[in-house]
Design a protein around this ligand. Structure first.
Ligand SMILES: C[C@@H](O)[C@H](N)C(=O)O
Ligand SMILES: C[C@@H](O)[C@H](N)C(=O)O
Lengths: 157, 157
C-alpha cells in the first residue's frame, strides 16, 4: 500500500497520567478504565508497553481540564492495586502525522523521528495505527516541532 | 461524539519485538526506525510508554515472517545504543476494536478490557487511536477472545 502523509495534528490541550508498576495480571486495565468510566472522564489515548518482572505501566491522556479529576481516580486505583506511584504531566503535547498506510512504512516513522531529533526534541511516548502516528513531546517544543515536521513532509506544496 | 463500535479485528500473523532500556534521549527512536527502513522491514505498530530513570523501552510489531530479520536489526541497534536487551515473541496476536469516537469513551475500553479479564486473558500491550483500540494478547487465547468481545459489543445482531 502506498504510504501518503496527508497532514500533521497538534493537540496542546492534553495532560498525561501514568500509573507505574501495576501488577501485570488480568483485570487490572479493566479496573482502571471502569473507574475512569464511572467518573465520566473522557480519555484521549491509552498506552501500555510490554511488561517487565510481572509489572507494567499504564498511561493515558485526558483533556488538560480533566487532569485533576483523572489524577484523583488514578491515585485511588494505584492505592487499590498497590501500584508504585502515579505520575502526571500537563507540560506535554500530542504531535501526530496522519495519512494512509503510514505505519507500515518505516521510512515515514524514520523521517518523523529524525525531524524531532534534529530539533533536539525528546520523544516521550509513541502510539500508532495505520492512519496515525502519534508522539507525546514537551509542550514548549511542540509548535516549532509541528512546523518542522510539516516541512519535512513537504506538506506546504 | 457518539461512540460506536463497528467491528473487531484479529491479526494472528504478527510478532512483537521490544528493545528494553534504551537511553531516553533524542535520536534513539530515529536510529532504530532508520535501521529498520534500510532493512526494508515493514512495521505494523510502534509502542513506547513513559520513561523511567532516563531509560525507556521501544516495542514494535512486524509480520511473523519478518521476525528474524527484524530481530537482527534490533540486536544491532541494541548493541550500538547500549540497551539492556532485545525481547521478541511470536506467540502474540493483535486484537482490536474498531469504530468511531471509541477512545474518548472509557466505557468502551472498560467493556473491552472486562471481556478479556473475564476470560482470563492478560493484556500485554495497549495502543489506541480515535478509531481503533488495539491490544496484544497471547495468540492461543486470541480466537476465543475475539468471539467473546464480538458478543460483548453485540456485533452479531
Ligand atoms: C497491566 C494490565 O494491562 C494487565 N495486564 C491486564 O490485563 O489488565
Ligand atoms: C526512547 C526514544 O524514543 C527517545 N526518547 C527519542 O527521542 O528518540
Amino acid at each position: 500500500e502506498q504510504a501518503i502523509v496527508k497532514g500533521i495534528a497538534l493537540d496542546e490541550n492534553i495532560a498525561k497520567i501514568s500509573i507505574m508498576e501495576v501488577p501485570d495480571k488480568p483485570g487490572i486495565a479493566f479496573r482502571l478504565f471502569s473507574m475512569l468510566a464511572k467518573a465520566n472522564i473522557h480519555i484521549d489515548m491509552i498506552v501500555q508497553n510490554t511488561n517487565r518482572a510481572n509489572v507494567n505501566d499504564i498511561s493515558f491522556t485526558v483533556n488538560a481540564d480533566d487532569l485533576q479529576d483523572a489524577v484523583t481516580v488514578a491515585q485511588q486505583f494505584a492505592f487499590e492495586v498497590e501500584a508504585q506511584k502515579v505520575e502526571f504531566d500537563k507540560g506535554v503535547a500530542k504531535l501526530s502525522i496522519i495519512g494512509t498506510g503510514i505505519v507500515g512504512n518505516p521510512d515515514i516513522a524514520s523521517r518523523f523521528f529524525e525531524t524531532l531529533y534534529k530539533n533536539g526534541v525528546n520523544i516521550r511516548t509513541i502510539s500508532t495505527s495505520e492512519i496515525k502516528m502519534s508522539t507525546l513531546i514537551d509542550k514548549e517544543a511542540a509548535r516549532d516541532a509541528m512546523v518542522k515536521v510539516h516541512e519535512a513532509f513537504e506538506l506546504d506544496r
